[in-house]
Design a protein around this ligand. Structure first.
Ligand code: NAG
Ligand code: NAG
Ligand code: NAG
Length: 332
């Protein structure tokens, strides 16, 4: 087997694969995935990504099983033609180098008619299949292609689509589907729909007719966001008199709730709101809106942990404790 000298460094690189690299980039794809999810690296047919606490951890397939199969989450000898974007054939090109279809710096070396070995060019170089070498970036015309989620994620694995707090994606038979949580929000870290208060998300879905109907639009008006007690939308007056299709969202400062009646941020105990009353509150115990003013909520990190009752006593929010004297607040 004769190999031109220029190819030797490439073949050597095959031995120098790093097994596990960590990418802590700000746009890490793992921000979308639940803890422990394994996907194929969109930039390589030979790398997997394991998402741990929203950070990508890479692993590379090598040797006689150079390809990563997203469905079995294993390194395999070849990929089925259904994952055609990654299909590479060594038929008729033994002892040649082939480009990695998903990566400008990746390549495969066909050691015989059946065996492709994955390799990566040194930093700041791209593989060129015409010259069969790694070339400087300024001499490369390669650009990374965009990818389709369903070619890197296995069916039935849900993931965030960043389109709205209640929206997520799932692949069904290799086709990307839009999904919506019913009256809950999507939590990327667990891959499930959970109570809205548990998800830190500003992209609240617009309530139906949030800025009124065409016959009676709300103009220059603040409207509750129907997801939190602090958040509100501002419906601007439109030139053509239609309801604002894209009202902006904002929220009241800590320890204030949005009061739609008075069009301002107000003391929580003056505002009727059935969303999580622990959201944005600093006291560890806050008044529940249950009639009678005897119940209170135990808060942790802005979320209700549990509801407790003062029994025959009343809850005094200033004291943060149960008192014998009758207490009345407008919300309970
Ligand atoms: C995510 O998974 C890793 C590894 O299994 C584990 O150490 C970590 O605690 C998990 N994170 C959460 C938030 O559960
Ligand atoms: C690419 O850059 C190298 C050094 O940075 C230079 O020697 C070479 O001439 C450049 N090639 C082109 C085509 O600009
Ligand atoms: C590969 O190199 C050839 C010859 O230098 C060049 O014409 C071609 O554009 C290069 N291909 C890519 C993808 O960079």
């Amino acid at each position: 087997m004769k190999k031109p000298g220029a190819l030797v460094p490439l073949a050597l690189l095959l031995l120098l694969q790093s097994g596990d690299l960590v990418n802590a980039g700000t746009e890490d794809i793992c921000r979308l995935f639940s803890n422990g999810t394994v996907i194929r690296d969109p930039d390589s047919c030979s790398q997997s990504i394991t998402c741990i606490d929203h950070v990508s951890h890479y692993a590379t397939c090598s040797g006689s099983t150079p390809f990563f199969d997203k469905d079995s989450a294993k390194c395999v000898k070849s990929l089925s033609s259904s994952t055609s974007s990654c299909s590479i054939s060594c038929q008729g090109v033994a002892t040649h180098f082939l480009a990695d279809p998903k990566s400008c710096s990746g390549y495969y070396y066909c050691s015989d008619q059946e065996t492709a070995l994955h390799g990566t060019c040194p930093q700041d170089t791209h593989f060129n299949s015409t010259t069969q070498t790694c070339t400087r970036l300024n001499e490369s015309a390669c650009t990374t292609s965009s990818f389709e989620y369903c070619s890197i994620v296995k069916d039935k694995v849900s993931f965030d689509n960043l389109q709205g707090c209640n929206k997520y994606h799932e692949c069904e038979k290799g086709v990307l589907k839009d999904k919506t949580c019913t009256s809950k929000y999507y939590q990327a870290s667990t891959g499930t729909c959970v109570d809205k208060a548990l998800v830190a998300c500003d992209a609240h879905p617009l309530p139906t007719d949030v800025c009124g109907k065409a016959s009676k639009p709300k103009e220059d008006t603040f409207v509750g966001d129907a997801a939190t007690c602090r958040g509100y939308f501002y419906c601007a007056k439109q030139k053509d008199g239609t309801p604002d299709p894209n009202p902006s969202w904002n929220q009241c400062p800590q320890d204030r709730f949005f009061d739609e009646t008075n069009q301002k941020c107000n003391y929580p105990n003056l505002v009727k709101c059935s969303n999580d009353r622990c959201d944005g509150r600093t006291p560890p115990f806050v008044l529940s809106s249950k009639a009678g003013c005897r119940d209170y909520l135990v808060c942790s990190d802005g979320v209700t942990v549990t509801t407790k009752s003062c029994g025959n006593y009343f809850f005094d929010e200033d004291l943060g404790s149960c008192v014998q004297d009758v207490k009345t607040y407008s919300v309970c």
